[in-house]
Design a protein around this ligand. Structure first.
Ligand code: 5RP
Length: 228
């Protein structure tokens, strides 16, 4: 099965977590886009939900599908969020932010009762860190933060857009892609990054996922967090 079909299959299998009347967080990325597309079809067929998008991109997609939306200003409790991931380890710790939306994604996830992660099976790894860890930084501090992260053992690169300009997040910050190779202790690294002045947010999502749905060929593997 092609990668895209697996992404769609994972997204499709997440629909059963969404119930009538709920507030639903809308993730970002190609797998989350399949979810939003499928959710739009359900809304057309009568499902009543309110979506909270985790990026401008996902908001535009949801609007084009006429999915009713709300905001965190109006509603601070999200029933279920469906989002993608760049890596998932055996403890369901995640690297996210490949699409550059990690800050709003983490805010949405933090307000969510049940975070459902959808991905193809290539995202499952024994140890996080092969995928460069995205770290969102304020522009003023980016060189200083890059130096400090390099001192932790990563090769750090400022993310650029297709035109070669520094990539701008929805919140107008920059992203440093940090190649660690392996992150033996993600919890400790998460704390170190959060403690660095100038870091707005990092792409380690720890203790947030309730369930991960991984499409492997035509099979969906469900991984549940123990404490959720
Ligand atoms: C965006 C993300 C995405 O969820 C992550 O990059 C996975 O994307 P895709 O589903 O396209 O592989 O974190 O910031």
């Amino acid at each position: 099965m092609a990668n895209d079909q697996e992404k769609e299959a994972a997204a499709r299998s997440s629909l059963r977590f969404v119930k009538d009347g709920q507030v639903v967080g809308l993730g970002t990325g190609s797998t989350a886009a399949y979810f939003i597309q499928l959710l739009g079809e359900q809304v057309k067929n009568g499902l009543r939900i309110l979506g909270i998008p985790s990026s401008d991109r996902s908001r535009e997609q949801a609007e084009s599908l006429e999915i009713p939306l709300t905001t965190l200003d109006e509603c601070q409790q999200i029933d279920v969020t469906v989002d993608g991931a760049d890596e998932v380890d055996p403890q369901l710790r995640l690297i996210k932010g490949g699409g550059g939306a990690l800050l709003r994604e983490k805010i949405v996830a933090s307000a969510t009762r049940q975070l459902v992660i959808v991905a193809d099976a290539t995202k499952r790894v024994p140890v996080l860190g092969k995928f460069p860890l995205p770290v969102e930084v304020v522009k003023f501090a980016q060189a200083l933060v890059a130096k400090r992260i390099e001192a932790l053992g990563a090769a750090v690169e400022l993310r650029r857009d297709t035109g070669g300009k520094p990539f701008l997040t929805d919140e107008n910050n920059h992203i440093l892609d940090c190649r660690f190779g392996q992150i033996p202790d993600p919890d400790s690294l998460a704390r170190q990054l959060s403690d660095m002045p100038g870091v707005v947010e990092h792409g380690l999502f720890i203790g947030m996922a309730s369930v991960v749905l991984l499409a492997n060929g035509s099979e969906i593997v469900e991984l549940w967090a123990r404490d959720k």
